[in-house]
Design a protein around this ligand. Structure first.
Ligand code: MN3
Length: 223
């Protein structure tokens, strides 16, 4: 992915059928090649009239949305959000999932949620609570603390104080072909393919980006 305009679709980091039987091949084709491509096309189309933003990364666009020209705000929220959210979603799945976090991340999740099973239960409840289309997220704040949030549509919990580590797309297009309307089955299957190593890398990057004082404390405790 070029990190600014013109944004381009990157291939998946694994084969379309690599997440079978948990996430089906046809869904991955449609989701990546059609849905994500459409967000990229729409974002490029919106930005094409505003060369002054062609150097902006997705993060720059999303963090400065209130300062953009009025005509750009909704297209950026929807489409830069759509690109960011799907890129994270596809990047944090893998056919080689260890099934649960390991090492430092496991320690952190235990510290903030009690246990991985408790985290998994809370995260699943969050995903099920999204009415309509949206996402559930594992996020880190500027204190280095972990939390679970949900968002509607393509909104992103991304700011100078919040950094996303992991998300699950609970729009129906993410699961309807295989799991029909049973979102909990999809979420249970998704947990089998989460790339916890990647989530741990995201945590380290988030500490770098927004970590601040307390982030340093967490780093020195766990790294
Ligand atoms: Mn989607």
């Amino acid at each position: 992915m070029s990190d600014h305009y013109l944004f381009e679709l990157e291939p998946l980091p694994y084969a379309y059928d690599a997440l079978e039987p948990f996430i089906d091949e046809e869904t991955m084709h449609l989701h990546h090649d059609n849905h994500l491509q459409t967000y990229i096309n729409n974002l490029n189309a919106a930005l094409s009239h505003y060369p002054e933003y062609w150097e902006y990364s997705l993060t720059d666009l999303l963090q400065n949305v209130d300062r953009l020209p009025v005509d750009l705000r909704v297209p950026v929220l929807n489409n830069a959000g759509g690109v960011y959210n799907h890129t994270l979603y596809f990047a944090t799945m893998t056919p080689d999932s260890p099934g649960r976090p390991e090492d430092n991340l496991a320690t952190l999740i235990d510290a903030y949620f009690g246990s991985f099973d408790q985290f998994r239960n809370e995260f699943t409840q969050a995903g099920l609570s999204v009415f309509g289309s949206g996402y559930a997220w594992l996020i880190m704040n500027q204190m280095g603390e972990l939390g679970i949030v949900t968002t509607a549509n393509q909104y992103v919990p991304l700011s100078s104080m919040v950094c996303p580590l992991l998300n699950i797309d609970v729009w129906e297009h993410a699961y309807y072909l295989k799991h029909h309307n049973v979102r909990v089955d999809y979420m249970n299957n998704w947990f089998e393919v989460v790339d916890w190593d990647r989530v741990n890398q995201n945590y380290v990057e988030c500490i770098r980006r927004i970590g601040g004082r307390a982030g340093g404390r967490i780093i020195s405790r766990y790294y």
